[in-house]
Design a protein around this ligand. Structure first.
Ligand SMILES: [Ca+2]
Ligand SMILES: [Ca+2]
Ligand SMILES: [Ca+2]
Ligand SMILES: [Ca+2]
Length: 201
């Protein structure tokens, strides 16, 4: 009986050696390890930062006033983006009606008229950032401040690392007798610059 068991053990050992022998084929491995995926970025700076920029604080406006300001819009991200102007809001204040306003027929005590006398002429892409309209510098808006739209889908391309200037020229041309309606009035202008990934935004 012992001999039969020993024989069986030897057969098993021999067969396992045979199995081992059948695995010894040629082979070769190469690798593709460490594949990495990193997101790009879209990040807009205005005048070198991420804080709200008050570009204009104008007092004592009058017929003949001209105020020019330039926003510097820079794409500090790594992807191409497209600029739009959004959330444009003009808010007027009457600040009381004085004698010349009264004589000019200003009866709207809660609504100022300054935004209807002052022209934003122009709001334009100031490619050379010099504050003046030059060749190839296209207009975003040209008209009275009070008539500006709330959004402009300008889709102005701004490459990673690139800067684009936008200039606003606020001019109070002579409008005749209606200018007196705006004595002492004020308006605020709010505007948001959006750097979007696509032109559909
Ligand atoms: Ca930013
Ligand atoms: Ca009024
Ligand atoms: Ca220019
Ligand atoms: Ca007024």
């Amino acid at each position: 009986m012992k001999r039969i068991l020993l024989s069986l053990v030897m057969i098993v050992l021999a067969s396992s050696t045979a199995v081992g022998a059948t695995r010894a084929y040629y082979f070769d491995n190469e690798t593709s390890n460490g594949n990495q995926f990193t997101a790009g970025s879209l990040d807009l700076n205005v005048d070198g930062g991420d804080e709200n920029v008050i570009k204009f604080t104008v007092t004592n406006m009058h017929v003949g006033s001209q105020n020019i300001g330039t926003w510097r819009l820079r794409n500090v991200g790594s992807l191409l983006g497209y600029l739009d102007l959004q959330n444009i809001v003009v808010t007027s204040s009457e600040n009381g009606i004085n004698d010349p306003e009264d004589e000019a027929g200003d009866t709207t005590v809660d609504v100022g008229e300054l935004q209807d006398q002052v022209s934003l002429s122009k709001l334009f892409w100031d490619n050379d950032c010099d504050g003046w309209v030059g060749t190839g510098e296209t207009s975003v808006y040209d008209g009275k401040v009070g008539s500006i739209a709330s959004n402009y889908e300008t889709n102005k391309a701004l490459a990673a690392g690139a800067e684009q200037c936008l200039t606003g020229q606020f001019n109070w041309w002579n409008n005749g007798a209606s200018d007196n309606l705006a004595q002492g009035d004020s308006f605020t202008l709010d505007m948001t610059f959006e750097l979007g990934q696509t032109t559909a935004q």
